[in-house]
Design a protein around this ligand. Structure first.
Ligand SMILES: *[C@@H]1O[C@H](CO)[C@@H](O)[C@H](O)[C@H]1NC(C)=O
Ligand SMILES: *[C@@H]1O[C@H](CO)[C@@H](O)[C@H](O)[C@H]1NC(C)=O
Ligand SMILES: *[C@@H]1O[C@H](CO)[C@@H](O)[C@H](O)[C@H]1NC(C)=O
Ligand SMILES: *[C@@H]1O[C@H](CO)[C@@H](O)[C@H](O)[C@H]1NC(C)=O
Length: 425
């Protein structure tokens, strides 16, 4: 009997372990998940909710939602979040609060802390809005006529006026039922299954070629759908860049995950390719790239890969070499650039920037300075127009390296997809 119990226990343990494996295997967003809810946090980082898990940002593994938002678990075990949005009205006391909807309850969080008095009934906070919602998204003026929240349930659409609490029911005829909805960079996205459509928040009209694959634009996956148009995807993707540079002929290379985009200096033609194909030794996911004397210096973790620019690019013998040996600084680094006709590589690590005199031997990283304007950056490049510094979906233009390093106020924000890659949205 004892033995039998023991065997049963073992069998149960095996089954449980398999279940566990099963859950984490299912929660790979690159497999094409249908998300339950999507919202940006206070720092514009998107949170994708699926079951009792949460994906933060555009890549990385799922974590349990209750680790970030403990109280979501309290009332009844957290199965899933129905809908979520971030309030974004400067004049509202709820400005930048994240709202979550579970069954008939609404939770309001600010910087991951539950606000006093919450959770509350949805009918108390948003009178006229039904329970068991499918999706919700904020819609400030003038994108909507009034500062509003749009709620979705089946094919019912409710515009909730934040100031007057008036509810306006509308029909979004050309739109599918959304399982989650999301405002990102002033555009509105309805997710349905693992596809999404961009819509007009006032009318629900969908313009352009939709639906598209959510994975292609909002996730960083090594493989994309068969139908994916690589150039269009890389131009319009919201996923941050790893590195960017332009060569002496004015061609620009922008690297993201396993792919890169090349803009031809002569005719502005864009092409996309895999890193594996053009820079085989590097494989994927580079940290920083700069161009110097017809060579691409490509840095990944502690190693520097050196390619001679050409068709095809050729990897130099003896490389990769340790970054420390080649540039006199420990990897990994965040970004690097060389300005035209100069012999200094500027190396950015976190808040610090270093100069490396490329003609010196051995090379050393000196002149450490603190960058005041950024905690960190994703990528940077320099050409005759000055320095472009890229962080998330935006870039900033500085006339010189000096202005970038010593600057105390952020210059105008530009959009990477629109202004650097010519994506139409
Ligand atoms: C979160 O949920 C998991 C699984 O449902 C549970 O095991 C864990 O104890 C919870 N953690 C917290 C902090 O509530
Ligand atoms: C916000 O409040 C200020 C002053 O209280 C007012 O001038 C402004 O028009 C308000 N903005 C909106 C969008 O309501
Ligand atoms: C959309 O939701 C409505 C219920 O509101 C349902 O009748 C309809 O079948 C749904 N459409 C699709 C395509 O699922
Ligand atoms: C642009 O220029 C490159 C070479 O510089 C050439 O291979 C490509 O075909 C050109 N594209 C167009 C559309 O002219």
């Amino acid at each position: 009997m004892k033995l039998l119990t023991h065997i049963l226990f073992l069998a149960l343990a095996v089954v449980l372990a398999q279940c566990d494996e099963h859950t984490s295997a299912v929660l790979d967003r690159c497999q094409g998940l249908e998300m339950d809810a999507v919202a940006v946090n206070e720092e514009y980082i998107p949170y994708f909710f699926k079951g009792d898990h949460l994906f933060k940002g555009f890549h990385g593994k799922a974590e349990l939602s209750n680790e970030s938002f403990a109280e979501l678990d309290d009332h009844h075990h957290l199965g899933h979040v129905d809908a979520a949005f971030r309030m974004h009205y400067e004049n509202s006391s709820d400005h930048d609060h994240m709202f979550f909807f579970l069954d008939n309850k609404v939770f309001s969080y600010y910087k991951h802390k539950l606000e006093d008095g919450f959770p509350k009934d949805i009918s108390e906070v948003f009178p006229g809005i039904p329970d068991h919602l499918d999706a919700a998204v904020e819609c400030p003026k003038p994108e909507c006529d009034e500062d509003s929240v749009i709620f979705f349930k089946g094919d019912d659409i409710y515009h909730f006026n934040v100031q007057t609490k008036a509810v306006d029911e509308r029909e979004f005829k050309s739109m599918p039922n959304c399982t989650s909805a999301f405002r990102f960079m002033e555009h509105y996205y309805c997710f349905h299954g693992h596809m999404f459509s961009k819509f007009d928040p006032k009318t629900g009209e969908v313009h352009g070629k939709y639906p598209k694959e959510a994975r292609d634009y909002f996730m960083r996956c090594s493989k994309f759908s068969e139908e994916s148009d690589h150039v269009e995807r890389e131009r319009c993707s919201r996923v941050h860049l790893d590195a960017i540079t332009s060569d002496n002929a004015g061609n620009m290379y922008a690297f993201r995950g396993h792919h890169f985009l090349r803009r031809d200096g002569d005719n502005d033609t864009m092409t996309a390719d895999t890193i594996e194909n053009a820079f085989k030794e590097l494989h994927s996911e580079v940290d920083a790239v700069f161009t110097y004397q017809d060579h691409l210096y490509m840095i990944k973790d502690d190693h520097l890969f050196l390619y001679k620019v050409g068709e095809p690019h050729t990897h130099l013998d003896g490389y990769p070499k340790p970054v420390k040996e080649e540039l006199g600084i420990e990897g990994p680094i965040d970004a690097a650039f060389v300005c035209e006709d100069h012999h200094i590589a500027y190396i950015i690590k976190g808040k610090n920037i270093y100069d490396v005199e490329l003609k010196a031997s051995p090379r050393v990283a000196g002149n450490e300075r603190t960058i005041h304007l950024f905690e960190n950056v994703d990528a940077a490049m320099c050409n005759r127009e000055g320095v472009k510094v890229i962080k998330g979906n935006h870039f900033y233009h500085f006339m010189s390296t000096m202005e970038f390093v010593a600057g105390r106020s952020l210059p105008e924000q530009h959009r990477v997809s629109l202004e650097l890659f010519g994506c139409d949205h």
